[in-house]
Design a protein around this ligand. Structure first.
Ligand SMILES: [Zn+2]
Length: 732
């Protein structure tokens, strides 16, 4: 049905609708073309989309007004007593940090349980630091291809991680922590492999054959010694003066998947993936260095100027740490109503002392909002690291620990460090707890977190401004009235043709995507996809979708289809028409107002009557009836994407009509007879389709001078949402 009238309080204008006749859909053709020139995509189950009528419009509008939840409901508490995760990849490590040599060396015991239904005869370890071992690595080859050059790495800037001994223990350790026997030396059979690109010089994956299979349910322990040389910061890990941020630094097991295959990609252009476990890590560092890490510090021992810091954390899938003599330590305990309390620990650089409260406020806001909307943060403590200026380690997430980032002078309205802190804190939920494979489906954490960050920022820190920096970035000036720069070319109705969204389909594995696609797909498009779904389903339904997905896949490794299933089940409607477009394909959406005309119907012209002698005669004017107007409003679909939309038509007498267009054809025309002429038309007035790539063509106003201002005004909010989503693409 084309016309669903809501909110009409004035006399109803009569309506007729016309639309073009177009045979069939072109969707299937688009998919076929994509397959010719793109990496393999899972077969798109995309019949021509049949679009159901949009539900819960009122709920969507209610959310927009408040930028917050329409429902004050807490997401259900999902945590049972006892282990939260399978804990099938646990690490005990004792390492020594030598800051002058930039070395971390020590011993690791991995305790691995095969939780699949398939036996495995090998282990695969990530050795991430070897991505910066030399310029032959796959990471640096790809970086060069994409114009990111690392030509000026100083001699001490390179990194490595080397394994010295590798033994399979004869038996699994008991309560004492010691396992018996000499064990089996695994090193002779170990080899570097390059499953993704075959690069013989890449050493980021180590394959370790085992003397006997690890059967389903069996646990083994592997002990190794390793040395990691920290890089001058590459990809947000390494050293910078006497500051070190140490991430992806230890030999880390890949993930044995349910199908019995190892997910252990080389490090090329994506982030990471690993199983959950218990980390028990002791780091020995000079006593005057402050150390922060994943987990809770449970013990310190001091000996001859060296302090051993022991951190323990259950139910996480990674471990990162930082050390510097310059950190100052600040704490705050938060206990939002209805949520478990969390102890915050902020490690702050002295030049950012003024930002203590801003960091803590932002982390607290994220834990509270995400906690209410999706599910509570389970760990009880959280560490925020303010990275050293110029270290390039800011804006990154690890379990129970993040890096923020700020500037010496940062105006409040710039929302820096609030934005990055909310985003990285938010990754505790999307990445930390719901732990998708970042090599394959980066949008499941980044896109989810961009969406959630945008929502949290709107709720907790609504004031914002465009900030320009002067004198080499030292002096920022905030311009509250300036809308963030538009990403498309003003009023170009065909802007969608150059859209960033026209890259690989979201379904293409992240590590295989082409230039630029990783960032666009993972961040802005992922975020806009969820924001569009929220607008379509309404916040109260979408909150249930998100909290159900969170609860169901916490401490697991979901796939995109898992989310799609939850969305359909919870919302009780088919959404395949949507996901097939935004995930399996890479169509762009662009709806626009087309020609709008109004004319007087009460002043007929021409021979409309028959005279007394049978001759044609002019019609008499309708003197008393008042003006009557005919109007024709055409709306158009410039993009290949199809989405049902509201069209708001406002008449000169104040009457407002909201039509619902299924958005399937290239255009449709709404016709009216009404006492007033059409004054304003807006496509998607509730800002549902955030995926629309060009907003300046979404509004039309009769008065030409005001038209520009009105359309700018209409699109300002959406531009802000999109811009925010893009801004978070600078974080990780
Ligand atoms: Zn991120």
């Amino acid at each position: 049905m084309l016309s669903t009238i809501i909110g009409a309080t004035m006399p109803s204008p009569s309506l007729t609708v016309d639309r073009p006749r177009v045979p069939g859909s072109t969707m299937a053709c688009g998919v076929a073309l994509l397959l010719l020139c793109a990496p393999p995509v899972p077969a798109a189950a995309a019949p021509p989309p049949s679009v159901p009528a949009p539900p819960e419009r009122a709920a969507a509008g209610a959310m927009d007004a408040a930028h917050g939840p329409a429902s004050p409901e807490l997401a259900p508490m999902p945590w049972p007593a006892g282990p939260l995760s399978p804990r099938n990849a646990s690490y005990t490590m004792e390492v020594t940090f030598a800051p002058d040599e930039h070395l971390v060396s020590g011993r690791q015991v991995l305790r691995f349980t095969n939780i699949t239904e398939h036996a495995t005869r090998e282990l695969r370890y990530h050795l991430y630091y070897n991505a910066w071992r030399n310029d032959r690595s796959s990471f640096l080859r790809r970086a060069r291809e994409q114009g990111r050059s690392y030509d000026h790495v100083p001699a001490d800037g390179w990194a490595y991680v080397d394994v010295h001994e590798l033994r399979l223990r004869d038996s699994v350790s008991g309560a004492s922590g010691e396992a018996g026997g000499e064990g089996t030396d695994l090193w002779p059979g170990a080899e570097y492999i390059a499953p993704d690109d075959g690069n013989p010089d890449d050493r980021t994956v180590l394959r370790v054959p085992l003397p006997r299979a690890v059967e389903p349910g069996q646990t083994i322990e592997v002990e190794l010694r390793f040395t990691a040389k920290l890089p001058r910061t590459f990809a947000r890990t390494g050293f910078h003066g006497d500051y070190a941020f140490v991430a992806q630094w230890f030999p880390k097991l890949g993930v044995l998947q349910a199908n019995g295959q190892w997910a252990c990609h080389q490090l090329i252009q994506t982030e990471f993936f690993s199983d959950f476990g218990v980390y028990d890590v002791t780091i020995s560092a000079p006593s005057d260095w402050v150390v922060g890490a994943t987990g809770r510090e449970v013990e310190t021992r001091q000996d001859s100027g060296i302090t051993a810091h022991r951190f323990v954390q259950e139910d996480v899938h990674d471990f990162a740490w930082t050390a510097s003599p310059h950190f100052t330590v600040h704490t705050r305990r938060i206990a939002p109503e209805g949520l478990p309390p969390v102890e915050l620990r902020l490690l702050l650089m002295p030049d950012h002392a003024a930002h203590e409260a801003r960091y803590l406020d932002a982390a607290a806001a994220a834990l509270e909002h995400y906690g209410r909307w999706f599910g509570p943060y389970p760990y009880g403590h959280f560490t925020i690291v303010d990275p050293a200026h110029g270290s390039h380690t800011g804006g990154m997430e690890y379990p129970t620990l993040i890096t923020g980032g700020t500037s010496w002078l940062s105006p409040l309205l710039s929302r820096d460090p609030e934005g990055v802190t909310v985003h990285e804190t938010g990754h505790q939920f999307w990445y930390g707890i719901v732990a998708n494979d970042e090599f394959e489906h980066a949008w499941l954490d980044e896109g989810f977190d961009v969406y959630s960050t945008t929502r949290t920022m709107a709720a907790a820190f609504p004031a914002h401004a465009h900030v320009e920096r002067y004198l080499e970035g030292l002096f920022p000036v905030a311009f509250p009235d300036i809308v963030p720069p538009e990403r498309t070319a003003g009023s170009d109705a065909y802007a969608g043709m150059q859209s960033d969204y026209k890259r690989d389909a979201q379904a293409v594995p992240s590590w295989q995507t082409g230039p630029g696609a990783y960032r666009v797909n993972a961040y802005a498009k992922g975020g806009a996809t969820l924001r569009t779904l929220e607008g379509y389903l309404g916040w109260s339904t979408f909150q249930r979708v998100m909290s159900t997905y969170f609860r169901t896949f916490a401490f697991r490794h979901p796939q995109p289809r898992d989310f799609f299933r939850v969305a359909e089940t919870v919302s009780k409607q088919r959404l395949d028409w949507f996901f097939s477009q935004v995930h399996d394909d890479s169509v762009v959406f662009d709806y626009a107002v087309g020609p709008v005309q109004s004319w007087r119907e009460d002043e007929p012209a021409g021979y409309l009557e028959v005279g007394a002698g049978g001759e044609p005669a002019a019609a008499p004017g309708s003197a008393d009836a008042g003006p009557q107007w005919g109007s024709a409003v055409t709306v158009q679909r410039w993009g290949e994407g199809r989405f049902p939309l509201a069209v708001e038509v406002t008449f000169s007498d104040g009457t407002r009509r909201v039509e619902h267009w299924d958005g399937q054809e290239r255009w449709t025309t709404f016709r009216y007879e009404h006492p007033g002429q059409v004054e304003r038309v807006r496509v998607d007035p509730d800002h549902v389709l955030v995926l629309d790539v060009e907003f300046s063509n979404n509004a039309w106003l009769r008065e030409a001078p005001a038209e520009l201002a009105a359309s700018k005004w209409a699109s300002k909010w959406m531009l802000w949402v999109q811009h925010t989503m893009e801004a978070f693409a600078f974080f990780a």
